[in-house]
Ligand binder design. Structure first.
Ligand code: TYD
Length: 139
């Protein structure tokens, strides 16, 4: 396996900066500075219907930072041995997700926006979409 064996405990909340003034806030994320990887791709999930879940896959190589740019949602992380659920509900905190972690996103609030910064361009071959295949890959 071409990756170190990562655990859910490597998926940590990173406090981001926040510049505040009376007209609101701004948070700046700089690749390799605020987060430990260069950003090659950004995408965001929005207009998620109530009760819907997203994710349901793992990545072989990809590092990601996930931010609740608006609203809130839960991220269930699973490394094949341990699981943990992280609630994201602040735009100035990000969740680092390392490779080899199964994730499911759930409990989206109305109007939630899940902003994702990714270390690689989209690569369909980097996905593990079947849970049994994921377990065989990481264990
Ligand atoms: P998917 O990764 O399945 O979404 P989620 O895990 O959030 O439920 O992606 C949904 C669709 O979007 C799928 O057809 C692949 C496509 N997609 C791209 O083409 N490029 C991308 O960078 C991403 C993240 C998804």
């Amino acid at each position: 396996m071409d990756m170190e064996r990562n655990s859910v405990f490597d998926c940590v909340i990173l406090p981001l900066n926040k510049i505040h003034n009376r007209a609101g806030n701004i948070t700046i994320i700089e690749g390799e500075k605020s987060i430990p990887f260069e950003v090659k791709r950004i995408y965001y999930l929005y207009d998620i219907p109530g009760g819907e879940n997203r994710g349901g896959h793992a990545h072989k190589q990809l590092h990601q930072l996930m931010v609740a740019a608006s609203g809130s949602f839960d991220v269930m992380l699973d490394d094949g041995n341990n699981k943990k659920i992280v609630t994201l509900n602040r735009p100035d905190y990000g969740l680092l997700i390392v490779p080899g972690i199964w994730r499911e996103l759930m409990e989206f609030s109305s109007g939630a926006i899940c902003l994702v910064l990714a270390s690689e361009k989209y690569n369909i071959n980097d996905y593990l979409r079947d849970y049994e295949q994921f377990l065989n890959y990481v264990i």
